[in-house]
Design a protein around this ligand. Structure first.
Ligand SMILES: [Zn+2]
Length: 274
C-alpha cells in the first residue's frame, strides 16, 4: 500500500515537473483550494520578459498553448498555465463536497458566485472564499505586474465567433465594436478592451472585437478585471486545432505586444475606437 502511494506520488511529481525541464526558468506552484491543490506553471522563454504574460486558463485549449510556445521561442516572454488534467473547469473538494468553477469567471464576487452555483449546483460562503483566495493569488502573482496580458483560448466551431459578438452588438447599445474580415474564419478573432489595440488589430485586417467594459455586466472574466485595472489585454481566440491560424494572429500583432511590453504598462485606449 505504502509503495503504491509512493509510486503515485513520484508519478505526480514527474508529471508536474517534467514540462519544466526544457526551459531555463520554470516554476510550478501549488495553491490550495479546499482540500485540493491547484497547480500553476510559469515558464519563461528567452529573452525572459516576465512582464509580457501569455495566459492559458482553460487546460483543454491546447492549440492556443502550442501557438503561444511557437511565438515565445522566437520572441521571448512568459506563459502561465493552469494544470487541470486537460479540463476546462476546475473542481476542488471542501468538507466532502465537490465544487466546480470556470477559471475565467472568478475575478469578481458576482462572477465567482454564479460560476460556482451554475457548475456545482450548490454554493456556500466557505467555497466562495476558497475560490476568491485562488483568484487573488492568480492576480497578485501573474496579472497585476504584467505590462500586457495575452489570453489564449480555443473555441469549437460556431459556438463563439466574431459573428456572435456582432449579433450582440446589434441588440445592446454601447456594448462594443466588431471588425470583420469576410475572408477570415469567424471563429478566429482577437478581443481586446483597449480601443488603441482594437484599431491596431483592424489595421492588420484581423477579425476584432472591442469590449466596452463601462457598459457590460462584470461576469468575473479576466478581460473585465484587466480593463478596470488599466492592464492592456488581448484575447487571441481560434478554433481547436487551427494552429497555423492562431500562430498567424500572434505574429500579426507582435508589434503591439512588443510596444506595450516595453512601456509602463497602462492601457492607452479608454476612448471609443474608430
Ligand atoms: Zn477558453
Amino acid at each position: 500500500m505504502i509503495s503504491k502511494i509512493l509510486d503515485i506520488f513520484l508519478l505526480t511529481l514527474v508529471l508536474f515537473i517534467s514540462p519544466c525541464f526544457a526551459q531555463d526558468k520554470c516554476f510550478v506552484t501549488g495553491f490550495p483550494a479546499g482540500e485540493t491543490t491547484i497547480h500553476i506553471e510559469q515558464k519563461c522563454y528567452n529573452p525572459c520578459n516576465s512582464k509580457i504574460t501569455f495566459l492559458n486558463l482553460h487546460d483543454n485549449e491546447k492549440t492556443s498553448v502550442r501557438a503561444a510556445e511557437e511565438y515565445l521561442l522566437q520572441n521571448g516572454g512568459t506563459i502561465i498555465r493552469i494544470y487541470n488534467r486537460g479540463q476546462r473547469n476546475v473542481s476542488f473538494k471542501l468538507k466532502n463536497k465537490v465544487y466546480t468553477f470556470d477559471p475565467n469567471r472568478i475575478y469578481s464576487e458576482d462572477g465567482r458566485r454564479s460560476t460556482i452555483k451554475f457548475l456545482s449546483n450548490r454554493i456556500n460562503e466557505d467555497a466562495e472564499n476558497e475560490v476568491a483566495y485562488l483568484a487573488n493569488e492568480i492576480l497578485n502573482n501573474y496579472v497585476d505586474s504584467s505590462k500586457i496580458i495575452i489570453a489564449l483560448h480555443n473555441n469549437t466551431d460556431s459556438n463563439l465567433s466574431v459573428l456572435s459578438y456582432q449579433r450582440e452588438q446589434e441588440t445592446k447599445i454601447n456594448w462594443g465594436k466588431v471588425f470583420i474580415n469576410p475572408f477570415m474564419d469567424p471563429d478566429e478573432f482577437i478581443l481586446t478592451t483597449d480601443s488603441v489595440i482594437f484599431n491596431g488589430i483592424k489595421e492588420k485586417n484581423i477579425n476584432a472585437v472591442w469590449e466596452n467594459v463601462d457598459s457590460i455586466r462584470d461576469d468575473g472574466s479576466l478581460s473585465i478585471y484587466a480593463a478596470r485595472n488599466k492592464i492592456p489585454y488581448l484575447n487571441v481566440e481560434a478554433q481547436h486545432e487551427h494552429l497555423d491560424e492562431q500562430c498567424a494572429m500572434l505574429t500579426a500583432v507582435q508589434e503591439i505586444i512588443k510596444e506595450y511590453g516595453k512601456e509602463k504598462g497602462e492601457t492607452k485606449g479608454d476612448e471609443l475606437p474608430d
